[in-house]
Design a binder for this molecule. Structure first.
Ligand code: ADP
Ligand code: MG
Length: 275
């Protein structure tokens, strides 16, 4: 079977005048359609580097990244890449910011503009479409950035700490929103985060990376009971929402498991530094 995303034995180093920085070492994993993968690891270990390779913006030194069986750099149309900063342009209105990706790809027409306005409605931004980014809250801006990414209708979403600039409460609700959008539209998503709770509340699998150069320490498949039928009505409703997961008994079990993995790495690198 061809995986939506197939990462095999990927290594990568940066070469600068100061020398070589090994960032990724022999990373392998796959993701299938509709799967939500979270990637966690110590700060500076190579998480953003990994996403830039998945997006096809950088190429692996060895190994390969395939999307639908094609090299990532040939599959750009299938990829939506959302960064930590929302990168909205202040001189553009929210509508024209959300339209930017379509505009660049020369896909902005009456039809796609109509769908964009519908999306702004769905995500509660229709009242704000003529406003400028500084007139919106952080959560709204992040939603506008997500709409800009989703408007291109990518199959594979790459999210690099997209909620980290938000305050805690907004983060919880935007994370809830975004994960149900991704599940409803059956996207495949790779979310990089340093927040374990975030990873456990949204993902099907959590990939734990070691400190730099990042290698895969462990891949943990999360299993939560299905949501009760009372809360059903929507298609994704047999899956617990992020908020419901946070209250489930499995949550703290997974938190401890992943925390221990990350901690064991931190102490071993500390030890290595000392010795
Ligand atoms: P993370 O996202 O996990 O915090 P990054 O992927 O951003 O980590 O960085 C991994 C390592 O690669 C870091 O040591 C960082 O300093 C280095 N690095 C990142 N980008 C560059 C670059 N453009 N040139 C040289 N080194 C870089
Ligand atoms: Mg990063």
């Amino acid at each position: 079977m061809v995986h939506k995303l197939n990462v095999q034995n990927v290594s990568y180093s940066y070469h600068t005048i100061e020398g070589e920085t090994a960032a990724l070492s022999d990373i392998s994993f796959t993701a299938d359609t509709g799967e939500f993968i979270a990637v966690v690891g110590p700060s500076g270990c190579g998480k953003s580097t990994l996403l830039s390779l998945l997006s096809g913006l950088a190429r692996p030194e060895s190994g390969f990244v395939l999307i639908d069986g094609k090299p990532a750099e040939l599959a750009k149309e299938a990829i939506g890449y959302m960064l930590q900063k929302d990168h909205l342009f202040e001189w553009r209105s929210i509508l024209s910011n959300a339209a930017l990706g379509l505009e660049i790809q020369k896909r902005l027409d009456a039809d796609s503009r109509f769908r964009l306005v519908q999306m702004l409605k769905t995500y509660g931004l229709d009242q704000f479409q003529d406003k400028h980014p500084s007139q919106l809250s952080g959560g709204m801006r992040q939603r506008a950035a997500l709409i800009r990414t989703l408007a291109l209708n990518p199959d594979l979403l790459l999210l690099d700490e997209p909620f980290s600039a938000l305050d805690y409460q907004t983060r919880l609700s935007v994370c809830d929103d975004i994960s149900s959008i991704i599940r409803d539209t059956k996207k495949t998503a790779v979310l990089v985060t340093h927040d374990l709770s975030e990873a456990i509340s949204v993902a099907d699998r959590v990939i734990i990376l070691s400190s730099r150069p990042a290698s895969v320490k462990k891949i943990i498949t999360l299993s939560f009971p299905p949501a009760s039928s009372q809360s059903s009505g929507l298609e994704h409703s047999n899956v617990l929402s992020p908020m419901e997961r946070r209250n489930a008994p499995e949550f703290s079990y997974y938190f401890n498991l992943i925390w221990k993995e990350l901690k064991s790495d931190a102490s071993s690198s500390h030890y290595a530094e000392k010795s």
